[in-house]
Design a protein around this ligand. Structure first.
Ligand code: NDP
Length: 485
């Protein structure tokens, strides 16, 4: 192994790496080879206690700093993340299997953007003054306290930063639990934040599976839970948080529609569909996996799609030329293979792909099904792999109804040259994040999140501030108090 992937210890608490080998071991597997690259241990109750106590203690002094002081540390961490981009991208590739070609531009860089953006906003967070005649009210924007972040495995660096940056900017402390599948990257984020000057205890990482997440979510000392994960996990976590009346942000799954009208620029539409289905081997929550293509251009679309997919460079994720890597784990590969089998059994037409790639690691072929109908499971269930379902349509009203006929509402996209139609369609989409003539952009300046079962709250942008802070109203009377007796 040319790169040391074994962290000094499993957890990062109160400014240091901490170990407790009594916790269940988690073997970290490099998805491109199946080789073990590190071992960490699940947090024991003693580790969880240590993390919560450190975070609560550190939060008070952190919130007492000015926003400018907090922001300076976050922006310094952002610069350090960018300076380490190569090493962090290599680590992200080992953790997830995503090609270096992607990780070098989409992970630590996106995390750095979040730290820079929220570092910049920190100094601008204020309450307001409300005059009531001679009397008045002012509001204070205050931290929530201790926020728990729980991550999925597809973007471990980005998720650690997208949750950490707004939480810290608002004066909260965080305990972050990465997915057990990708435990390495968040530790680096914690280490860099600490080196940038973050006081010990403000950002902590503990490893573990669902039970560790559950222990954090149900702890009465935790004020907020931000989860990125599947809808079933979201339901459990939301219910547990509700028990303690905790604030929540839920970034959950999707089965998003991408509508391609017959006047669309076909190359751009194919490009959007590729980005929305095969980037990160399809392991992206907002993917547009139900691709509705107008009947008049369907065969042309499928021909160009197949031609362009044949140009994917599938191979060693560390090779900068590689553009398509393995699935994150053997388990996820088997889940996706099961979905592909179902698609075939349900009668969808397999246009390309459909199986494993004959090499070590957890590689699947980019797979496209055509003639998919709305009732097929591949058109209804989130697959979270490189499987595109192409459905036909002819009428705008009809396709809108079908596009919205889903429990999910994370994202939606439309390709058309008719701008009036594009905005009409965007307005009718029941989804939190919509795209016109593009797909899957996620700049930190824009709110990101889902409607319906895909989530609650928004990440990124100024909107995230509302989810990591609370307002206190202070009433001030200048004249005498009038009491009835
Ligand atoms: P899971 O829902 O399986 O897990 C998400 C996280 O929650 C993991 O860290 C998991 O721990 C933890 N967890 C599981 N059970 C509990 C519990 N009862 N209490 C607290 N925490 C728990 O999702 P995946 O990791 O498989 O990620 C894929 C899913 O995430 C997809 O549905 C995808 O759409 C969604 N996602 C959503 C995004 C968004 O922004 N909307 C972005 C990325 C992914 P562990 O796995 O270690 O057991």
């Amino acid at each position: 192994m040319p790169y040391d992937t074994q962290p000094p210890a499993s957890h990062f608490i109160n400014g240091s790496y901490v170990e407790d080998t009594a916790g269940t071991p988690i073997e970290v597997i490099y998805p491109a080879t199946g080789a073990k690259i590190a071992t960490v241990h699940c947090a024991t109750p003693a580790i969880i206690e240590q993390a919560i106590i450190s975070a609560r203690q550190a939060q008070v002094a952190w919130a007492a700093l000015s926003g400018t002081e907090r922001g300076r540390i976050l922006r310094r961490a952002s610069d350090m993340l960018r300076a380490c981009n190569h090493d962090l991208s290599v680590l992200e590739t080992y953790d997830t299997g995503k090609p270096y070609q992607e990780t070098s531009v989409a992970d630590a860089t996106s995390g750095a953007d979040a730290l820079e953006y929220f570092g910049g906003l920190a100094a601008t967070l204020t309450g307001e003054h409300i005059q009531l005649g001679e009397n008045w009210v002012y509001t204070r924007r205050e931290a929530l306290g201790l926020c728990v972040g729980i991550g999925a495995w597809n973007y471990p660096t980005q998720i650690a930063c997208w949750k950490g940056a707004p939480a810290l900017a608002c004066g909260n402390a965080m305990v972050f639990k990465p997915s057990e599948t990708t435990p390495l990257c968040a530790l680096k984020v914690a280490e860099i934040l600490h080196e940038a000057g973050l006081p010990a205890g403000v950002y902590n990482v503990v490893q573990g599976m669902g039970e560790v997440g559950q222990a954090l979510v149900t702890d009465p000392r935790v004020d907020k839970v931000s989860l990125t994960g599947s809808v079933p996990t979201g339901r459990r976590v939301y219910a547990a948080a509700a028990e303690g009346i905790k604030h929540v942000t839920m970034e959950l799954g999707g089965k998003s529609p991408l509508i391609i009208f017959d006047d669309a620029d076909i190359e751009n539409a194919v490009g959007g569909a590729i980005l929305g289905n095969f980037y990160s081997s399809g392991q992206v929550c907002s993917n547009g996996t139900r691709v509705f293509v107008h009947k008049a251009i369907k065969e042309q679309f499928l021909t160009r799609l197949t031609e362009r997919l044949s140009k994917a460079v599938i191979g060693d994720p560390m090779d900068p030329e590689t553009s398509f890597g393995p699935m994150v784990s053997e388990r996820q590969m088997r889940v996706v293979l099961g979905c592909i089998e179902k698609g075939q059994a349900e009668g969808a037409r397999l246009v390309t792909g459909g199986g494993r790639i004959d090499r070590e690691g957890f590689y699947l072929q980019p797979t496209v099904f055509a003639d998919v109908t709305d009732d097929m499971s591949i058109a209804r269930e989130e697959i979270f792999g490189p499987v595109m379902a192409v459905l036909d349509f002819e009428d705008e009203d009809d396709v809108m109804t079908r596009a919205n006929d889903t429990e999910f509402g994370l994202a939606a996209g439309v390709f058309t040259k008719d701008l009036t139609r594009a905005h009409r369609v965007a307005a009718r989409f029941e989804a939190g994040t919509c795209y016109i003539n593009t797909y899957n952009d996620a700049p930190v300046e824009a709110p990101f999140g889902g409607s319906k079962n895909s989530g609650v709250g928004r990440e990124n942008s100024k909107a995230a501030i509302e989810h990591y802070s609370q307002l206190k109203s202070v009433f001030v009377r200048m004249d005498d108090v009038e009491a009835p007796f």
